[in-house]
Design a protein around this ligand. Structure first.
Ligand SMILES: Cc1ncc(C[n+]2csc(CCOP(=O)(O)OP(=O)(O)O)c2C)c(N)n1
Ligand SMILES: [Mg+2]
Length: 551
């Protein structure tokens, strides 16, 4: 049977279980997607087409791959504009498939922009389908990479979507992902080191979520009776109401990073300076790095030891070895949990106080505290924006399940929260899905607010409306920074609930603390019938949150 490349791609995506493709016009594969009944989530710009696929892959931990298409070729406006989204997916290790038009054979060296070298710099693999017959080979290879090893974006460029080949010569079969298990000798050494440590600490990264290893992380932490901190991206990998949970950031987290003598990093690359902690006094600590990717060993900090492999297999092996070594007794309990509670309680005290504040303009922590009351932590999704909403929420938002909260940002590109929340709703229609944003994130997302209205995606946007880029106000980078780049029109100048209401969202503007929960409930009610909501909370600028610890 003769098939054209675009149709073949559409059929292979269906075989691979792809439910929809996010897009912005026009990629020349899209017509085949339409003909083959692959639903398209049409965004209002190319970067958001990438970001929705990115959010979907993160939220489903790569179990369901986000796929997007954008314009490319010689007139590469779409892919050029998408570059920010691709760079973000690459930097944060998100396994998305991006399909774009390739520069046609015979049309190279025409444009100034070098598509190939630029896209290679933001992808795990950039494939150029240079012959129609190679379509199944490239798709097979793409999905293998998307499901195996270190997660990251794959980009396929299609120079000739109309080229044909005989599909019976290489019939497509869906591919699985392959995993690696650790060397048992490395596991034995690691367990000896952990059992000999005085104050070990588990530093859990997003690899735990991608490996689906949260249950194993909990079992291992309990067995070796070791406190746990998670990275921003791994927030929720460990239940935050657990007696061994320390935090993501804050003085309590710093205390444990400073005072531990051994750090077992599982599924984290330990790369400081990108919305994550450095390791204080690293030279006098023992660092064991457990990662699927050997490129992270001895990166920045010396690794005293390493275990290469999938985080779930690694934790299972660690559990087995630690059980055997201690005849099932584990590490003595001592007063580890009591100490975690006391250090955490004192670190959290100032935020708990802010969460109970009756101030007007409202303290943003009061909004977060009330959100925690209004949402079921086991059946909701919350994400932050770049700015204070990230810093504050990642300090206090109690997360009980993986992806009950999505922390993001090796780089945190403004506007991503809307894409992530749309993706969360597409992944889990039964969940309440909430994006919390400031002015800057809202500015990025405005054009795309039409999408959830059109698609009847009942998501809620919580706007911490504080009239400025508060992280950039006085005091952030020393005196004198204000007012050069931090003041924008605030709630006294414009009523965003009216502006956004005209787009068709359910909107409210709230300035009374006692109205936070009722307003959220009305917003969620509107969501039930497929109407997205926007609530503007009139807040103070309160740039107070847990710091990242310097290395
Ligand atoms: C694409 C992009 N450009 C620049 C930044 C730097 N940046 C981070 S937060 C921020 C402003 C945040 O202000 P706002 O949204 O009002 O949030 P607030 O801190 O007031 O809660 C900027 C400019 C970024 N994260 N992403
Ligand atoms: Mg602001």
């Amino acid at each position: 049977m003769t098939v054209d490349v675009a149709t073949s791609i559409a059929r292979i995506l269906k075989q691979e279980g792809v439910e929809w493709v996010s897009t912005f016009p026009v990629c020349r594969v899209n017509n085949a997607l339409g003909r083959e009944n692959v639903p398209m989530v049409m965004m209002r710009d190319d970067r958001y087409a990438i970001a929705v696929a990115d959010g979907f892959s993160r939220i489903t931990a790569g179990q369901r791959i986000g796929v997007c298409t954008v314009q490319g070729g010689v007139n590469a406006a779409g892919i050029q504009y998408s570059y920010a989204g691709l760079a973000q997916a690459f930097e944060d290790g998100s396994p998305i498939l991006c399909i774009t038009d390739g520069v046609a054979i015979g049309a190279s060296e025409n444009s100034q922009f070098d598509v190939t070298s630029s896209l290679k710099s933001v992808s795990k693999w950039y494939g150029y389908i240079d012959k129609p017959e190679r379509t199944p080979e490239f798709m097979r290879r793409a999905f293998t990479m998307l499901r195996s090893g270190s997660p990251g974006p794959v980009i396929l460029a299609v120079p000739d979507p109309t080229g044909t080949y005989d599909e019976t010569l290489d019939p497509y079969k869906p591919v699985k992902g392959w995993k690696s298990a650790p060397d048992p000798a490395d596991v034995t050494t690691a367990v000896e080191m952990i059992l000999n440590a005085n104050n070990p600490l588990i530093y859990a990264g997003e690899g735990v979520i991608y490996a689906g290893a949260s249950a194993e992380l909990k079992e291992f932490a309990e067995l070796v009776n070791t406190p746990v901190i998670t990275t921003l991206k791994a927030k929720g990998a460990f239940p935050e109401n657990h007696p061994l949970f320390v935090g993501v950031r804050g003085d309590h987290t710093a205390h444990y990073l400073e005072n531990s003598d051994l750090i077992l990093a599982v599924g984290s690359s330990l790369s400081p300076g990108r919305f994550s902690h450095g390791i204080p006094g690293a030279a006098s600590k023992t660092i064991i790095l457990c990662n699927v990717n050997e490129l992270h060993i001895n990166k920045i900090y010396p690794s005293a030891h390493a275990i290469i492999g999938d985080a779930r297999f690694t934790l299972q092996a660690l559990i087995g070895e630690a059980t055997a070594k201690t005849s099932g007794a584990g590490r003595p309990a001592g007063n580890v949990a009591a100490e975690v509670k006391s250090v955490r309680d004192s670190g959290m005290a100032q935020y708990r106080e802010a969460m109970a504040s009756d101030d007007k303009p409202m303290n943003p922590y009061r909004v977060y505290g009330d959100m925690m009351k209004a949402l079921d932590p086991l059946n909701s999704f919350v994400t932050h924006e770049s700015g204070n909403t990230r810093d504050q929420l990642s300090t206090v938002y109690e997360t009980l399940i993986p992806r009950g909260f999505l922390g993001w940002g090796n780089v945190s590109t403004l506007g991503f929260s809307l894409a992530a929340t749309i993706a969360a709703k597409l992944a889990n229609p039964e969940k309440l899905c909430v994006a919390v944003t400031g002015e800057a994130g809202l500015g990025y997302m405005l054009g795309n607010l039409e999408v959830p209205v059109r698609l009847k995606l009942g998501i809620t946007i919580v706007h911490i409306s504080n009239g400025g880029f508060s992280g950039y106000g006085p005091g952030f980078w020393g005196d004198g920074h204000d007012p050069f780049t931090h003041v924008v029109q605030g709630y006294d100048d414009v009523d965003m609930s009216k502006v956004i209401g005209q787009l068709g969202l359910y909107t409210e503007r709230v300035s009374e603390p006692s109205e936070i929960i009722p307003a959220l409930e009305r917003a969620f009610k509107a969501n039930e019938s497929g109407q997205p909501s926007y609530i503007e909370f009139i807040c103070s600028q309160f740039p107070v949150y847990g710091q990242w610890v310097a290395g």
